[in-house]
Design a protein around this ligand. Sequence first.
Ligand SMILES: C[S@@+](CC[C@H](N)C(=O)[O-])C[C@H]1O[C@@H](n2cnc3c(N)ncnc32)[C@H](O)[C@@H]1O
Length: 373
Amino acid sequence: MSLFQLCIPTLLGTESIVANEVRNLGYETTEVIDGRVTFTGDEEAICVANINLRCAGRVMIKLGEFKALSFEMLFEGVKNIEWERFIEEDGIFPVKGYSLKSKLHSVPDCQSIIKKAIVSRLSEKYGVKWFKEDGAVYSVHFSIMKDVVSVYIDTTGDNLYKRGYRAQATGASMRETLAFAMIDMSFWRGDRPFLDPFCGSGTIPIEAALYALNIAPGKNRHFAAETWKNHIAPSLWKDIREEALENENKEAKPFILASDIDSKAIEIAKSNAKKAGVYDKIKFKVSDMRDIKPFVDKGVIITNPPYGERLMDAKRCEKLYEAMGKKFSEFEQAKKLILTSHQGFEKCYGKEADKKRKLYNGMLKCYVYQYFK
Ligand SMILES: C[S@@+](CC[C@H](N)C(=O)[O-])C[C@H]1O[C@@H](n2cnc3c(N)ncnc32)[C@H](O)[C@@H]1O
């Protein structure tokens, strides 16, 4: 086994959640910064992280970090990396990345220099001038921050929020990773009633059910590194998947309610829940949020109502928030977590939040408004 520096890009605002997930899997984090968590791990850690992390974007192997103030420095720095350790002669190696606050600010130019440097290195090692690139995919990611270049190879492929169960989405579906972030913040562990009265395609309740049953989010999907020939034995992926299956809590009986005013959304949510294997763990209902019967016990409401941007005009949205404030106050014992980008949410809802946490839903700055009761 080799030891790698593994880097996980995260949604802004969820770094500490991802860092805790990494630690709970038994690894020590070495760096937690905006949008990024780093830890040291071997081939097994790559499989474990990809299959089990609920809030991470992807798992990348960090291959190098150096300063570059010119294209020559960028070329040399990239060429010095042992690309032949990873990329086979027929490997496909697309390059993408970003540059911030740096002298080398043109991303397309940097992409092209990095590609040329990798080709130059591999040409010397493999003794060929032209690569047909029809084998496994080794996506190269780079970031240039204040003239410091970091270079990675992605082990994940499609972003980890793509669990594979959401065959269908509604107009304003959220990422699965963001849904999990809200669940984690609530400290719900599957033991108390759970409600999402604006469930749309079902992302939040499905993530809640997966969590309550300890079902690994990546157990049914594939990862880029699974197609690499030389690095991770197929049996390792198989073993980690089997271990995840053994750890499932099949006996769990969470009390999860999911409702939405739109019957089509509920149909989609049901179909997604079936694909995720948790259909029988969630009670679905077509209902206006105003008509929901409150549960009496301690529990949680975790929800992502319309923001007044994509789904509903601002005035109607504000009326809806006012009605939410009234309805949710009937759930006297429940903790409430509400995600919205609407600036005046608390005023319309009629109560100042006990805690607010900034998160990004795609490019949209949102807050999770948390009411402890
Ligand atoms: C932002 S979407 C929720 C997206 C969901 N989290 C997902 O990932 O698919 C808001 C949902 O609120 C629903 N909705 C709007 N007004 C409602 C009301 N009065 N009662 C219940 N649901 C409502 C819409 O039909 C929509 O599905």
